[in-house]
Design a protein around this ligand. Sequence first.
Ligand code: AHM
Ligand code: MG
Length: 342
Amino acid sequence: MKKTYLTRYLVEQERDHGHVPPGLRLLLEVVARACKRISLAVNKGPLGDVMGSADSANVQGEIQKKLDIIANEVLIEANEWGGHLAAMASEEMEGIHVVPNRYPQGEYLLLFDPLDGSSNIDVNVSIGTIFSVLVKPEGAGVSEQDFLQAGVKQVAAGYCVFGPQTTLVMTVGDGVAAFTLDREQGSFVLTQEHLRIPEDTKEFAVNMSNQRHWAAPVQRYIGECLQGRDGPRGKDFNMRWVGSMVADVHRILTRGGIFMYPWDQREPEKPGKLRLMYEANPMSWLIEQAGGLATDGKRRIMEIEPSHLHARVSVFLGSRNEVERVTGYHRAESAAPGQAAA
Ligand code: AHM
Ligand code: MG
């Protein structure tokens, strides 16, 4: 079988669609290389002394795992010298990381969640790295303000899932492609192109233990799913919740489904748990590129203007007809509060 490696895929994307200029190709190759290194660290587990917590918390007040910090450092070290980036931002850093002035500054901005699904590290369950690429606005220097662009401005996005296989999934705006890491060769090989999410599904992903805290439209949607064939949906649903967004989204890109992390009333001032710029936006673009939808219950996620680097958002994404339905329940609730939940 003739293999297509990541570099060839990117070169051909540029030739056919003009979406991957050399600087962006270098950036994506470097991110892929960093993901290989993270994958090795993940695989070593206790043999590499990478398990457990570090003695620190991130900007969100979450205790950092050793692998959160290792993955963050790997991504920074791999990316700062190549001349393709102006700055980086990460879930694990409060402010932005500007490329040191001993290196040339490039035109791109890179955002990442270095190790998503951290609670699964120590229990040997799939985790991943999520990334999003923006173009730095014109002008001298670089500031946090330059990062605050809506998801529709992304020029590349993707994730690498560290599961039974290590798989890199990305989009540059012409569909979604998946590359599997060939460990003997140390290369990512194209294994799927033009991923498509079925419009209908019988599978939902949500942390059910939060049910009592949800708003009425989410209660209504899940309530109807749970009634199965005896309820208004007339079909039985299945539930899956890995607790790593990367793994849940990967399943949805592979066989359909809906993923939800809604607002809940425990922390009413927070729009949701997940972060807009380096979790929701890249995943939303992948999902849309595969024919699905991604909303915060009311708006298309990719059109939301970020208020700050670590802004949070409610997330409903996946199979088109299900996301439309739960979004419709939110709109009905806004039009006539209290009644839509009936
Ligand atoms: P993290 O970036 O700190 O790992 O948190 C994000 C994760 C997502 O991957 C996942 O969907 C969610 O948090 C799981 O939340 P919960 O602990 O409620 O199951
Ligand atoms: Mg995360």
